[in-house]
Structures are given as C-alpha cells and as structure tokens.
Design a protein around this ligand. Structure first.
Ligand SMILES: Cc1ncc(C[n+]2csc(CCOP(=O)(O)OP(=O)(O)O)c2C)c(N)n1
Length: 537
C-alpha cells in the first residue's frame, strides 16, 4: 500500500464520502485512490470552486468537508475561497502537497508561508511512518477549531510505501458545562426588565445552539418583535412578530418599530456594521449581547451588558428569572410588532415602475419566494442585489441560508451552492448571484450539470457591476463605466448544459413556478433588471 492509498482510506474511515477537487501531480494519486475506495470525487472546473464547494458543504452538513488541489498554481487558485472559509469560519480540509524538492521545479511554492500570511493552519504528513498520527492531529484540529486546515502531503512522501498502520486516536469529548451561575445575569436582566420597548435579534449563534424556541419564548414573555441577522435567516418563520433582517437590510415596514425601540437584546449575533448600520441603529438604546465567543461581544459596538455563554442556556435562565419576577411586557408594544409583521406580509413595492424588459428586483424576489418549496438551502454571492433579494427570500430552515460574506469576494456563490446541493441537506438548493459574480465562475455550472444537481441559479442580471454603478454615481462619476457587455446569460448557461428561463415580467415567474417542483437538474434563471434602479442598503 502507498501513503496516498493509506490517506484515502483514513479519510474514508473518518466518514468522508465526498472530495471536491481538480487533479495535478500532487493529488492525482490520492484522488484516484479515493474513487477506487468508493468515495465520490466531484470534479470542478477551477480550484476556487473546490474549496467554496467544500466550505458550504461543511456549513450545511455541520461536518468537516474535503477539497484537494495540486501544488503551485492549483493551490494559489484556491486562495480567495480559502480566506472566505477561514473568515466564516468553516472546517475545510484542503489536501495538497509540495512538489519534489528541486530548486528549478516550475510549480515550487512555500505553501506554509502562504498559509501563514492567510492565517490558515498548515499541517504536513511528515514521513511514511507518521501518517496515522499526523492525520489524527489534523482531524482533531478540524473538529475543535472549525476552521480550514491545509494538509501538505509532499509528493515524494505520498508515493512512498506506507509503513504505519492503525487508526488515529479518538478522544472522549466532554461538553463544556452549561449551568448558568446564580446572579451572573443580574446586569443583563435589569436592563431587559426595565425596557418598555425591547427588540430581540438572533444570529447564527442561535442556530448553532439550537436556541430558536428558547429565544422565541423570551421574546413572547417580553412582547418583543423578533429580528434575525442575515445569516440567521430561516429563524422564526411564521412567528406573528417576526420582522425579518435587522440593519441595512431591514424591511421598510419594520423601520419605525426599530427606531422606537429602547433596548436591543442580541443573541448569537456579532452586531457587525451591517446589522447595526455602522452602530447607528443601537445609538440611544440599551444593548445586551449574548455570545458564546467573548471576542464577539463589542465587536463593533460596546454593549451595556455582555454575557459570554451558550445561547440556549443563558436565554432559558433569563426567561425563568424574568417570569419569576413577574415581568410580562407591554401589550401595546406587542401589538406594534404584530401589526408591523402583518404589514410586511402584505407589502408590495409601489415606488418605481420598472423599465421595459426588466422587473423590479423586490417584486421578482417576492414572487420567486412563493414559487419555492418551504425548505430550500439558499446560498448567496455578494453584490448590491442582496438588498433587493435577501429581505424577500425566506424559504429555508434555520442554518440553511448562507452567503459568501467572510472575505467579501464576488464569484464564490455558485460553487458554494453546488457544495450545498452535493451535501443533500435539501431537495432544492437556490443560488443567488449577480451577473458579474455568475460570469466569474460560470464554468462551474458544468460541475452541477454533470452531477445532475437540483439547483436553481437566480442570476440578478443588471448588466453591470451594480455595487460599483451605485458608488460611481453617488461620487459624481459616470456610472456607465460599471456596465458589462456580457454574452447572453441564458445562452452561457445553456452552453454548459443547464436548463434556462428568462424573467422580464411577473408572468414569467408564474411560468417558472411550474418548472420548480421536482427539479432534477440545474436551472439558471436570468432575471433582467434595470441597472439605474438601486435599492439602498
Ligand atoms: C473578487 C472580487 N472582485 C471584485 C470585487 C468588487 N465588487 C464588489 S461588488 C461587485 C459587483 C458585482 O456585480 P454583480 O455580481 O453583477 O452584482 P451586482 O452588484 O450588480 O448586484 C464588485 C465587482 C469583489 N468584491 N471581489
């Protein structure tokens, strides 16, 4: 047995059934061995795609996911996606390897130095006799830090005869204690109990702690409207006081409620510049923040009270204390929240007539949302389209909405959505991309077509780098510099073998709605938008 076969079988034995990759000298042996041993090798068109797919596979499945690329350019092609996975952070194992030590090797590169510049852990299979212990260390690191690890298997080691045997150490994991000590919450409770118009915002920390019902129970006791962060999308669906996303993407029907609130209780939400509108949104209000990660307390805005702890345990303890103290919340504030939620449910945009051959992005998103099944996985790229799409698309369970926001790179969303679709967490994965982000990695559609993935790609096509359109315009430049003269998006998608649909009117979405149920292969929807129409965020 060779080392590459041993590494492959260790991956299989630790439950890895899928590897995303693109072959070269450093990884073609381990990739082939993985397929020979019954694993699924998802061939990608570009190495960034392999890492973005593994990243979102891990986000959706809650387990580490694996990508593999060759040395030199194969590895450098992953860098943007690798930083995205590191910032999210997401437990991606990226298997690569040094070429033979040779000063003139064309693809030589100090992989460790690049990793340290990126802030990514670099591990190595040192020798054939250290494979098991090196591999075990890597897998334990992945489980504890939940961040990417680059595993360097130098080619000369990879093709050596394996000499060590056995399985890595499986330690007993002891969960952290979750009992909340008495009086630890007094400060937070005092602020919440004395508020007359509190709101609650839940982030992905609530998803991770399975604390949705505990948070809703506390909000119900207080009569507080419930908001989520963008990545908390899917929480509180159907709750009578759920008012959507907090911050720059807040729904206009929720704005007045936000302005009038006097206390924000943030649970598992980092309260970044988007959630707090650069801090503006919490000014003049009391802020109580609960987060498992103490570094997230005061990330941007200093809270009046901060609690570092498990969201479910802390919130349940707060509810019990407040109930025992007879706190019940104000009836009129409760009614304000309910009325705003009803207004949101009935709202349609009326402020602008779309140009011929285009549709208002908010109208399109509202109608598309109705066409989707209830429990999609939704994966978004970045661009200005998010302001017209995210507030209106909520057909996903908690934890099934994610976005490639960690590094602010456009272009990773399509590959991320492919990773989600391969993970199989949902019967339908929806990718949200702008035309610029779509074209950057459109080649990855071929991967989705080859695997016959149930993938709906919504391309918000304003024919421009829309984010730049807006910035150029507001700074007095000619925004037409941001225009892109792309080929027809639907034709590009059809060329890759995907099904296509063009949306210019609400009726086009009615027709699309009939194509969505039971989707068995990628369908790319070219949603034609007017580049001069900007939704502020
Ligand atoms: C890799 C990378 N290149 C460039 C940018 C700068 N950038 C930010 S948003 C944006 C526009 C993206 O255009 P599109 O995908 O069409 O979405 P839109 O903004 O039009 O909705 C660009 C170019 C970036 N964030 N990442």
């Amino acid at each position: 047995m060779k080392v590459y076969e041993q590494v492959s079988s260790l991956l299989r034995a630790s439950g890895v059934d899928t590897v995303f990759g693109l072959m070269g000298d450093a990884n073609m042996y381990v990739s082939s061995a993985f397929e020979n041993q019954g694993g699924q090798f998802v061939r990608v068109a570009h190495e960034a795609g392999a890492v973005a797919m593994a990243d979102v596979h891990a986000r959706m499945s809650g387990r580490p996911a694996v990508a593999t690329v060759t040395h030199g350019p194969g590895f450098t092609n992953t860098l943007t996606a690798l930083v995205e996975a590191a910032r999210f952070p997401s437990p991606v194992l990226l298997v690569t390897g040094d070429p033979p030590a040779e000063a003139t090797h064309l693809q030589r590169l100090d992989i460790g130095a690049v990793c340290s510049a990126l802030g990514v852990v670099h591990e190595r299979i040192h020798r054939p006799d250290t494979v098991v212990r090196d591999f075990g260390r890597v897998m334990r690191r992945l489980s504890t830090s939940a961040a990417p690890v680059v595993l360097n298997i130098p080619l000369p080691v990879s093709v050596s005869e394996a000499v060590s045997a056995g399985q890595p150490l499986e330690p007993v994991w002891l969960p952290a204690g979750t009992t909340v000590p008495e009086s630890a919450l007094d400060g937070a409770l005092g602020l919440v109990a004395s508020a007359t118009r509190p709101i609650v915002v839940a982030g992905r920390g609530v998803v991770a702690a399975s604390a949705e019902s505990a948070v809703a129970e506390l909000a119900d006791l207080l009569g507080a409207p419930l908001f989520t962060t963008a990545l908390g999308r899917g929480l509180f669906r159907g709750h009578p006081r759920h008012l959507g996303i907090l911050g720059t993407l807040a729904h206009e029907c929720a704005s007045q409620v936000l302005m009038d609130s006097d206390c924000v209780l943030a649970v598992g939400a980092s309260m970044n510049k988007y959630t707090t509108m650069g801090g503006e949104l919490v000014q003049g209000k009391r802020l109580v923040q609960i987060d498992l990660d103490p570094a997230k307390l005061g990330w941007l805005v200093q809270p009046d009270e901060g609690v570092a702890g498990d969201a479910a345990a802390v919130v349940a303890a707060m509810t019990a204390e407040l109930r025992a103290a007879g706190v019940s919340g104000s009836g009129s504030w409760r009614d304000r929240g309910t009325a705003a939620a009803s207004a949101m449910a009935e709202w349609t945009p009326q402020d602008r007539r779309p140009a011929d051959g285009t549709i208002d992005i908010r109208t399109a998103s509202l109608l598309l949302n109705r066409a989707l099944p209830a429990d999609c996985a939704i994966v978004s790229d970045v661009g200005r389209f998010v302001a017209g799409a995210w507030p209106y698309l909520d057909r996903c369970a908690p934890g099934r909405f994610t976005a490639m926001t960690g590094f602010g790179s456009i272009g990773l969303g399509l590959a991320g959505a492919i990773g989600a679709a391969v993970s199989g967490v949902s019967g339908l994965t929806v990718a949200l991309v702008g035309d610029g982000g779509f074209m950057m990695h459109a080649s990855e559609l071929a991967t989705a077509v080859r695997h016959r993935l149930p993938l709906l790609v919504l391309v918000f096509d304003d024919g421009a780098y829309g984010a730049e359109y807006h910035k150029l315009e507001t700074q007095g430049f000619d925004p037409r510099h941001s225009y892109n003269d792309w080929p027809d998006v639907a034709a590009v998608a059809a060329g890759a073998g995907a099904d296509t649909h063009v949306v210019e009117t609400p009726e086009d979405i009615d027709v699309l709605a009939k194509r969505v149920p039971g989707l068995e292969r990628p369908l790319v929807v070219d949603i034609r938008l007017d580049p001069t129409h900007h939704i502020p965020f």
